[in-house]
Design a protein around this ligand. Structure first.
Ligand code: ADP
Length: 221
């Protein structure tokens, strides 16, 4: 894990060092070229920040989960789902995606609202990033006697079956270049998995290439 983290941090760091060294050499005098290099440095530093933020989230959830410090409250689920959906409305509007919510207003579960919202945020972020423009993204809930399943479904590119078993591993990406270009850290799904585990629940994914994916969190009621 440390080797993986080091590798992930080294890539943007190398670019930041390289481009700032070039700028300091003053051989680049063209103002537009200088701006271009500064933009690259800025983007890579943002990337570093994103990785650090996700690593901190992950370790906080893991520690609190191990110490059984995650506070679960029996409450209605729909407001938390709506709140996550609202956060993504501007991003969805830009890509002409519709966010649909199918959750009975009376559905309850024992959950930690900020954590479930964070899991939904990560799943919605992916659904929009890897989804298709002008398509629907749905968040739905399904109740059994002792669990609630919360699913985020997109109509995007889908994921080849061979990747599915490793998808929730830290830094696992299907297409590294695409993940980087859309600002991914490779940690979003492992955060989702640890949030489910902190609730005594589980995660799963069903996907079909070119048809879309469904990511589900199953937590006890
Ligand atoms: P990232 O920050 O790269 O998006 P995640 O842990 O959130 O990292 O996801 C891991 C990888 O799983 C992504 O890089 C992407 O290849 C794939 N992935 C996740 N969600 C979807 C989705 N809804 N549709 C297609 N591929 C997805």
């Amino acid at each position: 894990f440390v080797a993986n983290v080091s590798h992930e941090l080294r890539t943007p760091l190398t670019s930041i060092q390289g481009f700032s060294e070039t700028l300091l050499n003053t051989s680049v005098t063209d103002i537009n070229e200088r701006k271009e290099f500064l933009k690259i440095i800025y983007n890579h530093s943002k990337r570093l920040g994103g990785i650090l933020e996700d690593l901190l989230s992950l370790s906080k959830i893991e520690n609190e989960s191990e110490a059984r410090e995650v506070k679960l409250t029996k409450d209605l689920l729909r407001p938390t789902i709506e709140s996550a959906g609202d956060l993504f409305q501007p991003m969805a509007n830009k890509r002409q995606n519709r966010i649909e919510i199918y959750c009975d207003p009376s559905t309850t579960a024992s959950f930690n609202a900020p954590l479930i919202e964070q899991a939904l945020v990560n799943l919605l972020d992916n659904a929009i990033k890897y989804g298709r423009a002008a398509s629907s993204i749905s968040i739905s809930t399904k109740k059994t006697e002792s669990t609630v399943q919360i699913s985020v479904k997109d109509q995007g590119q889908g994921i080849d079956e061979k990747h599915l078993p490793r998808l929730f591993e830290r830094f696992y990406r299907v297409d590294k270049a695409r993940s980087r270009s859309v600002g991914g850290t490779g940690l979003g799904l492992s955060i989702v998995k640890h949030i489910a585990l902190a609730h005594g629940g589980s995660v799963s994914v069903k996907s079909e290439s070119a048809k879309g994916s469904v990511f589900s969190l199953c937590i006890p009621t």
